[in-house]
Design a protein. Sequence first.
Length: 98
Amino acid sequence: MFIKIFNHKRFTLLSVFLFIYVTTNLLDGERGLISYFEKQKTINELNLEKGVIENRLTNIERKNNLLTNSIDLDFLETLYREKFMIGKSNEKVFYEKK
């Protein structure tokens, strides 16, 4: 019975199985559509993370330049106050030029 149906409808059955195979591989798998969107999401997340890291790097480079090229006394005072907890938060500091 099955062989008789298979012989009569061979082209149709082959077409259906081939269509199912192509459709599942198009949507699923390593190179499928779903995987493509997941990879795009990962790329976007990594680009955002790269931007955050680049901003942190430029901030650190700017702080480093304030301490190495020409010493900024205001920045040094801010660092001392943060690290050693000297002074009060609402305290005003006046400098006297010599």
